[in-house]
Design a protein around this ligand. Structure first.
Ligand SMILES: O=C(O)C(=O)C[C@H](O)[C@H](O)CO
Ligand SMILES: [Mg+2]
Length: 398
C-alpha cells in the first residue's frame, strides 16, 4: 500500500480579462499531490485578494509535505503549525495548508477505494440542500433582484443569498436601511413565504449600524443574517442579538476549531459557516461541526471558490447530523470553472449529490491545467471591493 507523497504541483488557474460574478475567486489555486504509486490527490486554496501570498505560502507547506505519509493528516498539520508560528492568525497560511489537507484525504480515499464521507462516519445525509449565491450581479433596485431571483427559482433552488446593502460600509444611512428593507420586502412578497432568503452583510458594518440594518429584516423571516458586523468587533454580536431575532450566521473568516469554540460557547453565533479551505480542511471541518453539535448549532459550510472546495465540503456535509444547507455558486460560474472537473458531483433542482467514487469523488480535467494557467493577482477594481458580487457596490442614485 502506498502512503508517501512523491511529487507536489501547484497550479494557479483563471481566465485573463473575463468578468465573473464572484471577482474574489477569479483565480483558483490547486495543489496536486502524487503518491509513490502514481495516485493523485487534489486540494484547493481560496484567494480573495491574496492569490500570490497564498501561492507562495503553498510552497512553504510543500517543504513539510514533500515525502510525508499522506495518511498522517494530524501529524503533517502539526508539523507545519510548529514551524508556521502565525498559523492561528494568518489566512494565507491556513488556506495554503487546507489545500494540502484536502488533497491528502483525496489520496487516502483513492488508496482505500472509498469516498471520503465513508471514512468520516458515513452517509447521514444522502442529498444536500443547496442555496444559490453569485446570481445577483448588477442588481441594484428591488425589481433587479426579483427579476433574477425568479430565474434562480426556475432552476429549482429553494433558497438564495444576497447582499442588499449597496455601497454602505461601516455605517448605513436611514435611507440606505429603508432601501435594503424594500429590496428584501419585495423579494419576500414577490417570491412567497416558501423560499428561504439569506441576508449577506459581508461583515461590512460597525455594531450600531449592523443593528439598524439587521432589525428591519426580522419581519421578512430570513433563514439567517450573515456576518452583520466587522469580524474584529466580535463582542458586538452579543449586542446585535439583543435587538435582532434573525439567526446570526458566520464563520468564513474563522481559521480553526478554537475560534469556533469561542464564538459558539459565548453565544455569538446561531449557525456556523466554516470555510474548510480557510480553516484547515476536511478533518478540522468535521471537528468544528462536532463542537457545534454539542451546542445544537447547525452547519452551513461557506463555499465561494471552486469545485474541489465544493466536493470537499459535500463529503463532510454527507456525514453531519447538524447539517443545515450548502452554499453554491456553481450555476453562475464562468465556463472555465465549470469545465475544471471531468467527473463531478451533481447539482440538480437545488440539491447536491456526490458520485460515490473514491476520495473527493471528482476527476480534474487535465486539459484545463494547460489552457487556463495564469500567474498573478486577481483584477483590482478601485471602486468596488473584490468581496461583493460584481456590479452591486453602488446605490440606486448612481
Ligand atoms: O459567499 C460568501 O458568503 C461571501 O461572503 C463571498 C465573499 O466575497 C468571499 O467569501 C470572499 O472570500
Ligand atoms: Mg459571506
Amino acid at each position: 500500500m502506498s502512503s508517501k507523497i512523491n511529487k507536489i504541483d501547484i497550479f494557479e488557474l483563471g481566465e485573463k480579462g473575463k468578468e465573473i460574478s464572484s471577482p474574489w475567486s477569479s483565480t483558483i489555486l490547486l495543489v496536486r499531490l502524487t503518491s509513490d504509486d502514481g495516485k493523485e490527490g487534489w486540494g484547493e486554496a481560496p484567494t480573495t485578494f491574496m492569490t500570490l501570498p497564498v501561492k507562495e505560502s503553498m510552497k512553504e507547506v510543500s517543504r513539510i509535505f514533500q515525502g510525508a505519509n499522506f495518511f498522517n493528516v494530524e501529524k503533517n498539520l502539526k508539523d507545519f503549525y510548529r514551524n508556521s508560528f502565525y498559523l492561528s492568525r494568518s489566512m494565507e497560511a491556513t488556506s495554503a495548508l487546507s489545500a494540502f489537507e484536502i488533497a491528502s484525504w483525496d489520496l487516502i480515499g483513492k488508496e482505500l477505494g472509498a469516498p471520503i464521507y465513508n471514512l468520516l462516519g458515513g452517509e447521514y445525509n444522502s442529498k444536500i440542500r443547496a442555496y444559490a449565491n453569485g446570481w445577483y450581479s448588477d442588481c441594484i433596485t428591488p425589481d433587479d433582484f426579483v427579476r433574477k431571483a425568479k430565474d434562480v427559482m426556475k432552476m429549482g433552488f429553494t433558497a438564495m443569498k444576497f447582499d442588499p446593502f449597496g455601497p454602505h460600509y461601516d455605517k448605513i444611512t436611514k435611507e440606505g436601511v429603508s432601501y435594503a428593507r424594500d429590496i428584501v420586502g419585495t423579494m419576500r412578497s414577490e417570491l412567497g413565504d416558501e423560499v428561504d432568503l439569506l441576508i449577506e452583510c459581508h461583515g461590512r458594518f460597525s455594531t450600531h449600524w449592523a443593528i439598524e440594518a439587521g432589525r428591519v429584516m426580522d419581519e421578512f423571516d430570513p433563514l439567517f443574517i450573515e456576518e452583520p458586523i466587522h469580524p474584529e468587533q466580535e463582542l458586538g454580536l452579543l449586542e446585535f442579538k439583543r435587538y435582532v431575532s434573525t439567526p446570526v450566521a458566520l464563520g468564513e473568516r474563522l481559521l480553526n476549531k478554537t475560534d469556533f469554540a469561542r464564538y459558539i460557547s459565548q453565544g455569538m453565533v446561531d449557525i456556523i459557516q466554516p470555510d474548510l479551505t480557510n480553516s484547515l480542511g476536511i478533518f478540522e471541518a468535521k471537528k468544528i461541526a462536532s463542537i457545534a453539535e454539542t451546542f445544537g448549532v447547525p452547519v452551513a459550510y461557506h463555499n465561494a471558490f471552486g469545485p474541489i472546495q465544493t466536493a470537499a465540503s459535500l463529503n463532510v456535509d454527507y456525514t453531519l447530523p447538524n447539517f443545515l444547507i450548502q452554499e453554491s455558486f456553481e450555476s453562475f460560474w464562468p465556463d472555465w470553472k465549470k469545465n475544471l472537473l471531468k467527473t463531478s458531483y451533481k447539482l440538480d433542482k437545488g440539491y447536491f449529490t456526490l458520485s460515490g467514487k473514491p476520495g473527493l469523488g471528482v476527476e480534474v480535467n487535465e486539459k484545463i491545467l494547460e489552457t487556463n494557467v495564469v500567474d498573478g493577482m486577481e483584477p483590482f477594481e478601485a471602486n468596488e471591493p473584490p468581496w461583493v458580487v460584481s456590479g452591486t457596490f453602488k446605490d440606486h442614485k448612481h
